[in-house]
Ligand binder design. Structure first.
Ligand code: ATP
Ligand code: MG
Length: 211
């Protein structure tokens, strides 16, 4: 850690603790000691990604049977001015009349994103999982301009859905969105969750206008 001022967020528990072997892997995506169907192993991988995005550091100590302490250090911001977030020119984002299929297993994300995109003029279809999405794509393959899909979903993930969608109609564009960045590292176009409405609208317009 570079020297400087940090804000420390400390979380401790008196739980079961972790063995050294488990400790080696806890930030690995999909690592879990829970039963199949109980954990996704994305909890701490997501935390790790979020802390990194904020230029922070995460450390932990754990003793089997004693509990675990996590320490998260965020760089402290001293000047007031750099704290206030620069406003993005949201009014500059152009809408459109294209048809978009939204795919997410989280119903609240589906409904807010649908509302947002409709307010920009788009026609919006929704699907709660990959299988449902494929059915809709089959049916409306000549109508859909863009699919906006979550990456991590049960049964079929967004990357597989994209592959199958391209087989049905290669001219349908595709935008992946996820809170979990490492899986998207090799992607050119993606949207990191959480996002604001105008950020979604901007990315959608950008992809629809691309080649
Ligand atoms: N506070 C803790 N005390 C003991 N073990 C922990 C603790 N936090 C995480 N672990 C261990 O680390 C593993 C990975 O944690 P992580 O949160 O990434 O996945 P998970 O809890 O299995 O799944 P989920 O994605 O549902 O959170 C856990 O399965 C568990 O073995
Ligand atoms: Mg967890």
């Amino acid at each position: 850690m570079p020297p400087g001022d940090y804000v420390l967020l400390l979380i401790s528990d008196t739980g079961i603790g972790m063995s050294e072997e488990v400790q080696k892997h806890i930030f690995e995506p999909f690592f879990t000691t829970k039963e199949l169907g109980q954990g996704t192993g994305l909890g701490l991988a997501t935390v790790y990604g979020l802390v990194q995005q904020h230029d922070g550091f995460i450390q932990f100590n754990s003793q089997l049977g004693e509990g675990t302490i996590f320490r998260i250090y965020f760089p402290a911001v001293i000047e007031k001015s750099s704290f206030s977030r620069k406003k993005e020119p949201e009014l500059m984002v152009r809408g459109g009349k294209e048809t978009i299929l939204l795919v997410d297993d989280q119903i609240d994300i589906l409904s807010t994103s649908k509302e947002t995109l409709e307010s920009y003029g788009y026609k919006v279809l929704i699907a709660g999982n990959g299988i449902q999405a494929l059915e809709i794509i089959e049916k409306y393959k000549d109508l859909i301009d863009l699919v906006v899909s979550d990456v991590v979903m049960p049964d079929m993930d967004g990357i597989e859905l994209r592959m199958l969608c391209q087989r049905i109609n290669p001219s349908i564009k595709f935008l992946l969105m996820s809170a979990f960045s490492p899986k998207l590292e090799n992607e050119k176009d993606y949207l990191l969750k959480p996002f604001l409405g105008h950020q979604l609208a901007r990315k959608v317009r950008e992809i629809l206008d691309s080649g």
